[in-house]
Design a protein. Structure first.
Length: 119
């Protein structure tokens, strides 16, 4: 079983920064994609950013403000969030596309970490 554990959320003022991290653990063959999604109150979960190899993909709303990175050796993905806006308030979920030891493709989600942007 594969688990994702996030850390790094919190309360920050507009214009501030946070660093979110997510670590994968368990038994698996490989992790082919990692990323972050978020869900604001009353809204659907939406893509924030993903990273596959050295290729990154960002939602338009966070381009030039958020940076995703990955440490393959540690099975970790991080999200540096800068110049935060009120509308960035959400629960941020780590995501991984995993090939398990039985070569099955799994989608794994973390439990979420809350980011609140408030004056």
């Amino acid at each position: 079983q594969v688990q994702l554990v996030e850390s790094g959320g919190g309360l920050v003022q507009p214009g501030g920064s946070l660093s979110l991290s997510c670590a994968a653990s368990g038994r698996f063959f490989n992790i082919y994609v990692m990323g972050w999604y978020r869900q604001a109150p009353g809204k659907q979960r939406e893509l924030v950013a993903t990273i596959t190899g050295s290729n990154t993909n960002y939602a338009d709303a966070v381009k030039d403000r958020f940076t995703i990175s990955r440490d393959n050796a540690k099975n970790m993905v991080s999200l540096q969030v800068d110049r935060l806006k009120l509308e960035d308030t959400a629960v941020y979920y780590c995501y991984a596309g995993v090939t398990d030891i039985g070569l099955r493709h799994l989608e794994v989600w973390g439990q979420g970490t809350r980011v609140t942007v408030s004056p």
